[in-house]
Design a binder for this molecule. Structure first.
Ligand code: FAD
Ligand code: NAD
Length: 477
C-alpha cells in the first residue's frame, strides 16, 4: 500500500531539504526521498552541497589558508612559527567531522519538523506517484498531492580526459587526496578549478589550470576578473587560457595531458588531474517516460518562473532547472515552491543571486556586470574603492582588490556591485540587501558604516560614484 503525503520531495540537497522543511513548517504532511550514501554506506542527507561540495571545499579552503598563513604571512604580524608542518590526515578528518555533523543536523531537522525520510532512488510515476527503490532493492510506493523534484547534479565528463578514479578525477575525489600531488593539473579555470586549485597550491602542489576559453571568469565583471587573474598568477597558480585538452594518457603514474594552445600542440605531465568543466542535472532516471516530463537536450527540467514543470502539481528546483548551480539559489526556490503549495504568494528575485568564489582574495558580486550594462546600452556611473585604502584591510595585512558600484546614470539606482578582496563573501550580502530594497548609490553613500571595517569599502565605492570618496587621493580641478 502506498504511503500518502501532501508533498513528496525527491532529493535532500539544499534545494530539496529546505523545501521539505518549509513544507512541514507550513503544516503539510511531507516526505523526502534521498539516495546518498556516505563512505560507510549510511544515508547522508544534504546532497552535493553538504557531502562533497560547498561545505567540504570550504573546510579545506579554511584549513589550507591557515597552513599557508602559518608558513608565509604570519611573520609579518610579528608572530614567528618555525616551519608549520602539514598533517593532511588530521585536516581530512576535521573536514569529514564537519560534514558528518552537518548532515546529521539535517536528519535532526527532519525529525523535529516531522518530515518523513525515505532512503533510496525516487522516481516520478504517472498520476503523482513516486516509486522508491531502496538500496536493498525493496520498493515502496508513495502517493502525493504535490511533488517537488530536486535531484541535483553531477560532474560533467569529457572524452579527452576520461576519469580513472586515481590519476584523472572529479571534484569529489579531489576533496580527499591522501597526499599532496607534486604537480596538479586542472581542466577548467572556473569556480571549482580556482577553489580546489587554491587548496592544493597552498598545501604545496604546483598547480596548472587549463581553461578552454580565451578570457578568464567570463561570468564575473571583466575588471574584477582581470584583477583576479593577476593576483592568482602572482600566488603561483599557473592559469593557461585558450588551452583545449585533446587527450590524456596515464604513463608511469603520471598523466600526460595534450592540449591545443592557439596553433601549438602542447604537453603537460601532472601527477593528478582534476576535471572541473561544469555540472549536469541528475535527470536520467528521475521520471518514468509515461509522465512526459519535459527536459531540454542537456537534461534540464523545463520550468516557469515559479518552478512549475509542464505536469500539474509537479515542481522542479535547484541544479536540475535553469539558472546558476548554487546552493542558495536552490534553497530559495525550495521555499518559494513550499509557500506556493501552501497557497501563499512567493517569488525568487533571479536578478539578485549573489555569486562568490572562495579564493584568496575572495571574488563576489550581485546584479549586472559592466560588460552587460554596455551590451544592454544602459548608461551608468562607476564608483571604485581599493582595499589598499582601507584601514581595516591594512590591519588584516590583506589589501588586495577593490569594491566597485555600478549605478544607473539617470536614476542612480544601484545595478551591480562587484568585489575582490578580503571577506567579500560576507560583504556582498550588504549589496544584495540594499539592492533588494532598490537602493540608490546616494542612499548607500549617506548610510553610516562602522569604522574600521571592510564594509567601509562599500560605503566609499558608493561615495566614489559622485567622486566623493574620502580616502582616495584625487586632484580636484
Ligand atoms: P544536490 O545538492 O546535488 O542534491 C541532490 C540530492 O538528490 C543528492 O543527495 C542526490 O543523491 C539525490 N538524488 C538524486 N537523484 C535522486 C533520486 N532519483 N532519488 C533520490 N535521491 C536522488 N554552491 C554554492 O552555492 N556555494 C559553494 O560554495 C559551492 N561549492 C561547491 C563546491 C563543489 C566542489 C561542488 C561540486 C559544488 C559546489 N556548489 C556550491 C554547488 C552546490 O553544491 C549545488 O549547487 C547544490 O548542491 C545544488 O543543490 P540541489 O539540492 O539542487 O542538488
Ligand atoms: P564552471 O562552469 O564554474 O567552470 C568550468 C570551466 O571549465 C569554464 O571556465 C569552462 O570554460 C571550462 N571548460 C569547459 N570545458 C572545458 C574543456 N574541455 N577544457 C578546458 N576548459 C573547459 O564549472 P565548475 O567549476 O565545474 O563548477 C560547477 C558548478 O558548481 C558551477 O556552476 C558553480 O556554480 C558550482 N560551484 C559553485 C561554487 C561557489 O559558489 N563558490 C564553488 C564550486 C562550484
Amino acid at each position: 500500500m502506498a504511503d500518502k503525503f501532501d508533498v513528496v520531495v525527491i532529493g535532500a540537497g539544499p534545494a530539496g531539504y529546505v523545501a521539505a522543511i518549509r513544507c512541514a513548517q507550513l503544516g503539510l504532511k511531507t516526505a523526502c526521498v534521498d539516495k546518498w550514501l556516505n563512505d560507510d554506506n549510511k544515508p547522508s542527507l544534504g546532497g552535493t552541497c553538504l557531502n562533497v561540495g560547498c561545505i567540504p571545499s570550504k573546510v579545506l579552503l579554511e584549513s589550507s589558508e591557515l597552513y599557508e598563513l602559518a608558513n608565509n604571512g604570519i611573520a609579518e604580524h610579528g608572530v614567528d612559527i618555525k616551519s608549520a608542518k602539514l598533517n593532511l590526515p588530521a585536516m581530512m578528518q576535521r573536514k569529514q567531522k564537519v560534514v558528518s555533523e552537518l548532515t546529521q543536523g539535517i536528519a535532526g531537522l527532519f525529525k523535529s519538523n516531522g518530515v518523513s525520510s525515505y532512503e533510496g532512488h525516487g522516481m516520478l510515476m504517472a498520476q503523482n506517484n513516486v516509486e522508491v527503490t531502496a538500496h536493498d532493492g525493496k520498493k515502496q510506493a508513495l502517493e502525493a498531492t504535490h511533488i517537488i523534484l530536486a535531484s541535483g547534479s553531477h560532474s560533467m565528463e569529457i572524452p579527452s580526459a576520461p576519469l580513472d578514479g586515481e590519476h584523472i578525477v572529479d571534484s569529489t575525489a579531489a576533496l580527499s587526496f591522501d597526499s599532496v600531488p607534486k604537480k596538479l593539473g586542472v581542466i577548467g579555470g572556473g569556480v571549482i578549478g580556482l577553489e580546489l586549485g587554491s587548496v592544493w597550491r597552498r598545501l604545496g602542489a604546483e598547480v596548472v589550470l587549463l581553461e578552454a576559453q580565451d578570457s578568464f571568469l567570463t561570468m564575473a565583471d571583466e575588471q574584477i576578473a582581470k584583477e583576479g587573474l593577476k593576483l592568482f598568477t602572482k600566488q603561483g597558480l599557473d592559469i593557461r587560457l585558450g588551452a583545449r585538452v585533446v587527450s590524456c594518457e596515464v604513463k608511469k603514474g603520471q598523466v600526460d595531458v595534450e592540449y591545443q594552445h592557439k596553433d601549438e600542440t602542447c604537453h603537460e605531465k601532472v601527477d593528478k588531474l582534476i576535471v572541473a568543466v561544469g555540472r549536469r542535472p541528475n535527470t536520467d532516471e528521475l521520471a518514468s517516460p509515461d509522465t512526459e516530463l519535459i527536459l531540454d537536450e542537456w537534461g534540464v527540467v523545463h520550468v516557469d518562473e515559479q518552478c512549475c514543470t509542464n505536469l500539474p502539481n509537479v515542481y522542479a528546483i535547484g541544479d536540475i532547472v535553469r539558472g546558476p548551480m548554487l546552493a542558495h539559489k536552490g534553497s530559495e526556490e525550495g521555499i518559494m515552491v513550499a509557500e506556493k503549495i501552501a497557497g501563499h504568494h512567493a517569488e525568487v528575485n533571479y536578478d539578485l543571486i549573489p555569486s562568490v568564489i572562495y579564493t584568496t582574495p575572495e571574488i563576489a558580486w550581485t546584479g549586472k556586470t559592466e560588460q552587460t550594462l554596455k551590451t544592454e546600452g544602459i548608461d551608468y556611473n562607476t564608483g571604485i574603492f581599493p582595499f589598499a585604502a582601507s584601514g581595516r584591510a591594512r590591519a588584516l595585512g590583506d589589501t588586495s582588490g577593490m569594491v566597485k558600484v555600478l549605478a544607473d546614470a539617470k536614476t542612480d539606482r544601484v545595478l551591480g556591485v562587484h568585489m575582490i578582496g578580503p571577506h567579500c563573501s560576507e560583504l556582498v550580502a550588504q549589496a544584495v540587501i540594499a539592492m533588494e530594497f532598490g537602493t540608490s548609490s546616494e542612499d548607500l553613500a549617506v548610510t553610516m558604516f562602522a569604522h574600521p571595517t571592510l564594509s567601509e569599502a562599500v560605503h566609499e565605492a558608493a561615495l566614489d560614484v559622485r567622486g566623493n570618496a574620502i580616502h582616495i587621493a584625487r586632484k580636484r580641478k
